[in-house]
Design a protein around this ligand. Structure first.
Ligand code: ADP
Length: 234
C-alpha cells in the first residue's frame, strides 16, 4: 500500500500559564492512500492536534511528519500554506460558510483559485446537493451546510480530506448523510480520508480505526467488514 502520511515520534507541547501540556506524546503512524481512517478517542486525547499537524495548520514540537516524500516539519509557513492549498481539504465541526453567498458561490471561492478544480455544480452533486445549489446557508439544514463544506473541501481535488468531528453538531439523521458524503468521496474519487470522532459507533464505516488516548495511539485495527453509515447505530 502507498503511504501518504508517515510520522515518527511526533511530540507537541503547549505552554499554558507556566505548565506544559503534552498534547502528542511520540506518535508513530502510517496512513495509506485511498483509505478512510477513523481517529477515535476521548476529548483532549490529541486527535485535533495530530490532524492539524498533518494538515499543515500547526507545527510539531519535535519528530518527523512526512507527506509522501516531504517532511512537513522542515517547511516554512509559506511552503506549508502552499502544501495545504495544493493537497489538503478540511472539514470542521462548524461549517464556516459565508452567509451572504449561495452554496455554489461558497464552493466557487475555492475553485476560483485551484489549478484543476471540478465545477462547483459537480462538487455539490457529489454530496447530493444539486437541488440546493442556489440556496443560502440560512436556507439549509445543518447537515446540508456541512455537505456544502465538504463540497468546498473536495472541489479542488485534494489528495487528502481531513475531517475534525464533522458530525459533532448534527443529529443522527443528518450526521448519517454527512458520513455518506464522505464515504462517497473516498470511494468515487479515491481521496484519502481521516475522520476524527469521539462517537465509537462511527468506527464501523472505516477501513482502519486508530484509537487515541492521552496523546498517543492506543490501538490500530483494520475492519474486516465495514458497514454503511445508514446502518450505524448512534
Ligand atoms: P482532542 O482533539 O482529542 O479533543 P486536542 O488535540 O484538541 O484533543 O487537545 C489535546 C490536549 O492539548 C488537550 O489537553 C488540550 O487542552 C491541549 N491543547 C490543545 N490545543 C491547545 C492550545 N492551543 N493551547 C494549550 N493547550 C492546548
Amino acid at each position: 500500500m502507498e503511504t501518504v502520511f508517515h510520522t515518527e515520534d511526533v511530540v507537541k507541547t503547549y505552554q499554558t500559564g507556566g505548565t506544559e501540556v503534552r498534547a502528542l506524546d511520540g506518535v508513530d503512524l502510517d496512513l495509506f492512500a485511498g483509505e478512510l481512517t477513523v481517529l477515535l478517542g476521548p476529548s483532549g486525547s490529541g486527535k485535533s492536534t495530530l490532524l492539524n499537524i498533518l494538515g499543515g495548520l500547526d507545527h510539531a514540537t519535535s519528530g518527523k511528519v512526512l507527506f509522501r516524500d516531504t517532511d512537513l516539519t522542515t517547511l516554512s509557513d509559506r511552503e506549508l500554506t502552499r502544501y495545504r492549498r495544493d493537497h489538503v481539504g478540511f472539514v470542521f465541526q462548524f461549517y464556516n460558510l459565508v452567509p451572504s453567498l449561495t452554496a455554489r458561490e461558497n464552493v466557487q471561492m475555492v475553485t476560483d483559485i485551484a489549478p484543476d478544480p471540478m465545477s462547483a455544480a459537480e462538487a455539490l452533486e457529489r454530496v447530493g446537493l444539486s437541488h440546493r445549489i442556489d440556496h443560502f446557508p440560512a436556507e439549509l439544514s445543518g447537515g446540508e451546510q456541512q455537505r456544502v463544506a465538504i463540497a468546498r473541501a473536495i472541489a479542488k481535488r485534494p489528495e487528502v480530506l481531513l475531517c475534525d468531528e464533522p458530525t459533532g453538531a448534527l443529529d443522527s439523521h443528518t450526521g448519517v448523510q454527512v458520513l455518506e458524503a464522505i464515504r462517497e468521496i473516498n470511494e468515487t474519487l479515491g481521496t484519502t480520508a481521516i475522520v476524527i470522532t469521539h462517537n465509537a459507533a462511527i468506527q464501523a464505516m472505516a477501513h482502519r480505526v486508530i484509537r487515541f488516548q492521552d496523546g498517543n495511539i492506543s490501538s490500530v485495527e483494520t475492519n474486516a467488514t465495514r458497514i454503511a453509515p445508514s446502518e450505524i447505530e448512534w
